[in-house]
Design a protein around this ligand. Structure first.
Ligand SMILES: [Zn+2]
Length: 139
């Protein structure tokens, strides 16, 4: 993945699934761990998840998405406590992107979603020496 020259608070960031593979982490398992109890009844183990149709609310376009991600985006990610005041910032940013179906978000948008820190503080965290949870700037 090529690097973005000068990331700022309007630069889009997303989770790089390859980073998880390279760092010995299982992204699907981590998504599964964040499902609420209700959704876990439907998908008891990560491997069970199927592809489901997602209909874009505005364009009506149908795409096949992973059911685990879809559950987070449509349900669990909206529950109180998914991002709590006590959730560490790096975890909160990761959860916010997961609940957005890993569609890219800017530090400004992330700030609105997590309600912590501020856009430039979030940018600083995301551009830190260590990549946290595979979150990288998007071309
Ligand atoms: Zn749920």
């Amino acid at each position: 993945m090529a690097s973005v020259a000068r990331p700022d608070t309007k630069t889009l960031f997303q989770i790089d699934p390859n980073w998880f593979a390279e760092n010995g982490r299982d992204l699907r398992e981590e998504v599964h761990a964040l499902l609420c109890e209700e959704c876990r009844v439907w998908y008891p183990v990560p491997a069970d998840a199927l592809l489901v149709d997602h209909i874009h609310p505005e364009t009506g376009e149908v795409t096949r998405v992973d059911a685990l991600w879809e559950s987070l985006a449509e349900h669990c990610g909206h529950l109180p406590g998914y991002i709590a005041p006590s959730t560490p910032l790096t975890t909160a940013l990761f959860r916010a992107l997961l609940a957005n179906g890993n569609r890219p978000l800017t530090p400004e948008q992330l700030h609105k979603r997590v309600g912590k820190s501020n856009p430039s503080g979030i940018l600083k965290v995301l551009m830190g020496a260590e990549i946290e949870n595979g979150i990288v700037p998007v071309e």
